[in-house]
Ligand binder design. Structure first.
Ligand code: NAP
Length: 244
């Protein structure tokens, strides 16, 4: 099925993990996919691994000017941006009492500011073309909290509020804005967990296992599809039941 033929899709943080799985899923269904990451060489290598129409651009989404240049370049190359997946994310673990300002700010800058910057830059084009699909990647931690991750929880919870408010602003122009909130997913982001931490985390998951990046991508692709045209401002957990 080539349901995304003729559609340009930007996946931020598409060089590995969940973003790369999203890029592959969109490309498989005919989209032209642009992945970005801070490390441009890694993004290029990822794009080459996707198969189908996929290209890479370097961009740090916490830099508003860089994001504007990124979106302008996509419009220059493809004439439109139809689907935006705000996936770029980082964590910096530490108890709030001892957290440095920089640790707080870095996590907010990428996970929350970055999504705002890309939405704002994309909006100029999506509003004009009266079509857009935006999927923000949140986290179960933004829904239920996690000790040691106040910065990340605040960023992802903030993204829930942003998703709903922005969905209201752009709905009249045929633009939907939704969130997929993953639980524990097998990517580099969780690779640093000790076996004990991992076992404790999995013990809390009703389905009894971590998820795969492709399982998150399935929900993202659905929300970007015509089948989801009547869904906006929604938060869909993909977490094996962890958040319920
Ligand atoms: P990952 O494997 O660590 O990949 C993160 C991606 O984001 C990389 O491509 C990275 O590329 C990019 N990135 C980080 N900071 C960036 C920035 N400032 N500008 C542009 N790109 C940036 O992480 P993941 O597990 O796939 O996570 C993807 C999303 O899912 C994140 O939003 C994360 O918070 C969320 N999530 C993950 C889990 C999980 O268990 N894995 C659970 C819940 C939510 P560069 O390093 O080259 O910049």
């Amino acid at each position: 099925m080539n349901q995304f033929e003729g559609k340009a899709v930007l996946v931020t943080g598409g060089s590995r993990g969940i973003g790369l799985a999203c890029a592959k899923a969109f490309a498989l269904q005919g989209a032209t996919v642009i992945v970005c990451g801070r490390n441009e060489a890694a993004a290029q290598a990822a794009a080459a691994s996707v198969g189908g129409k996929c290209e890479a651009l370097g961009c740090d989404v916490s830099d508003a000017n860089a994001v504007k240049r990124l979106v302008d370049e996509i419009i220059r190359r493809h004439g439109a941006l139809h689907i935006l997946v705000n996936n770029a994310g980082v964590t910096e673990v530490g108890l709030a009492a001892r957290m440095k300002n920089e640790q707080w700010e870095r996590v907010l800058a990428t996970n929350l500011n970055g999504a705002f910057y890309t939405c704002r830059a994309a909006a100029r084009h999506m509003l004009k073309q009266r079509y857009g699909r935006i999927v923000n990647i949140g986290s179960v931690i933004g829904l239920r909290g996690q000790a040691g991750q106040c910065n990340y929880a605040a960023a992802k919870a903030g993204l829930v509020g942003f998703t709903k408010a922005y969905a209201r602003e752009v709905a009249p122009r045929n633009i939907t804005v939704n969130m997929v909130a993953p639980g524990l997913i097998e990517t580099d982001m969780i690779a640093g967990m000790t076996e004990d931490m991992r076992a404790a985390a999995i013990a809390q998951i009703p389905v009894g296992r971590a998820g795969e990046p492709e399982e998150v991508a399935n929900a993202v692709v659905f929300l970007a599809s015509d089948a989801a045209a009547y869904i906006t401002g929604a938060v869909i957990p993909v977490d094996g039941g962890l958040a319920m």
